[in-house]
Design a protein around this ligand. Structure first.
Ligand code: BG6
Length: 452
């Protein structure tokens, strides 16, 4: 019997389902994975009208030919335990002896408890049985305390092994590449410590504002929306120690240790809000929600002690660009050259470009002495591999195959909330910024740091 997969999506009429989940599932079906989807929602649709509705919701058209026989709509009140019996009935036609059931919570965390209780009530999930798994996304709460209560709700009916906490940045090609870059390259591995690295910066810049997401965003802000998850995940991959193996738990043990050793230098924190934010639809009057964050931290491990780590993320900036910049120390010989030598830099491009670039000093060709910076680069786009799989395609596949490395474990969430909770406790001074250049000037003035 062929392995098959049954996704049940709660929150099936939302943006995430339209823009990310259905396109990713389409790609997997095209690659011959046997997948059916039950889309659960409150509204009245049949399979056809649901597909048409979702198609109209997205800017990229859905592949209706592929999805037509695979996508099944179920109208259901998730608050009514009896409705879970209808779900059970609906599932029955897609189950064979080798079907894995994947529940996807594309809903707010306030509904997790209701849904998991409902599933349990109808015996739609068996604790500890990894052929029933659940996926959910940030926000994993708004602080450590609320994250703990969400986790407790889910843990009632699912064990840790059945939970897949999605941080879609971990599915991005170059984030997946960080470990290989660090640990499978002698020249990098040998210099990945505080004797060679001068500073590290992680930038996740966005050009858009909050679009139409005020209802969500105004309550969370950039610290909870981006720092707690995506940015701290990247920092942990950059600063973790060598794991004893590349099995998921060994890697995560090191990531957690790095996060637990991370402290933030309060005096350098900058929070900003873009001009015009208060006029966005549904933003509350006088909101002090931050749309930009600059943090300086240190990972106090023998490997990284003393190396400043800058974390920058925000909306309404000059460009959409996520990258990491590692600056190395000067060489011991550098001063003797009497030339404007620069420090070596490794830049890891995450999006929209994927690749990395190493900047080195080289002699200017010709008769005269001189130095120039040369860049050795790897650019995924130039490999002709075609479109890379979207992060969600990789994450859904890993979930189907029970590969856990690209998902966050509970203690990673705990450790990152501990860091963010401390920042949230600081007195909030919000700088209103006109644009990115304005922020660069402000941060230079306040902290002496020059942003890229
Ligand atoms: C999400 C945040 O997790 O990531 C959004 O909630 C943000 O606010 C988005 O825009 C950025 O993701 P990407 O993949 O477009 O860089």
């Amino acid at each position: 019997m062929k392995q098959s997969y049954l996704f049940t999506i709660f929150g099936s009429t939302g943006d995430l389902t339209a823009r990310k989940l259905l396109p990713a599932i389409t790609e997997l079906i095209k690659k011959s994975y046997d997948i059916h989807v039950i889309a659960v929602g409150r509204r009245i649709f049949n399979d056809d009208t649901y597909l048409t509705y979702m198609d109209e919701k997205t800017t990229q058209p859905l592949n209706k030919t592929v999805l037509k026989d695979r996508l099944h709509y179920l109208e259901m009140d998730i608050h009514d335990p009896l409705h879970y019996l209808n779900l059970k009935e609906k599932q029955r036609s897609f189950l064979n002896g080798k079907t894995k059931r994947l529940y996807y919570m594309a809903v707010g965390p306030e509904l997790f408890g209701v849904i998991t209780d409902g599933l349990n009530h109808a015996h739609l999930v068996k604790k500890d049985d990894v052929s029933d798994v659940v996926a959910f996304e940030k926000p994993f709460g708004e602080d450590l305390l609320s994250a703990e209560s969400i986790n407790a709700l889910l843990s009632k009916h699912f064990s840790e092994r059945q939970m897949f906490r999605i941080d879609h940045y971990l599915g991005k090609e170059m984030i997946q590449n960080i470990m290989m870059l660090r640990f499978a390259n002698r020249i990098i591995e040998d210099s990945w410590h505080n004797r060679s690295i001068k500073k590290m910066s992680v930038y996740v810049k966005e050009k858009d504002g909050i679009l139409s997401r005020a209802g969500y965003y105004d309550k969370v802000g950039a610290l909870r929306d981006m720092m707690q998850s995506h940015v701290l995940q990247i920092v942990s991959l950059l600063t973790m120690d060598i794991p004893i193996s590349y099995y998921s738990d060994d890697v995560k043990n090191e990531k957690v240790a790095a996060l637990q050793a991370l402290t933030i230098d309060d005096s350098e924190t900058v929070l900003g809000q873009y001009q015009g934010y208060l006029e966005e639809d549904n933003v509350i009057k006088n909101s002090t929600t931050e749309t930009f964050v600059f943090l300086k931290g240190f990972v106090n491990t023998p490997r990284f002690k003393g190396v400043p780590i800058y974390m920058i993320t925000g909306k309404n900036l000059d460009e959409k660009n996520a990258f990491i910049e590692i600056e190395f120390e000067e060489t011991s010989e550098q001063r003797k050259w009497h030339l404007p030598l620069s420090t070596n830099r490794l830049r890891i491009n995450i999006a929209p470009e994927d690749g990395f670039q190493l900047t080195l000093n080289a002699k200017v060709p010709g008769l005269r002495e001189g130095v120039q910076q040369v860049k050795l680069g790897y650019d995924v786009d130039n490999l002709g591999v075609g479109n890379l799989p979207e992060a969600y395609e990789k994450l859904l596949l890993d979930m189907m195959e029970h590969h856990r490395t690209l998902f966050t474990r509970w203690d990673e969430i705990q450790a990152s909330w501990q860091i963010i909770d401390l920042v949230l406790k600081q007195e909030k001074n919000i700088y209103t910024y006109k644009d990115y250049h304005d922020l660069i000037a402000y941060i230079k003035d306040k902290t002496g740091e020059t942003l890229l």
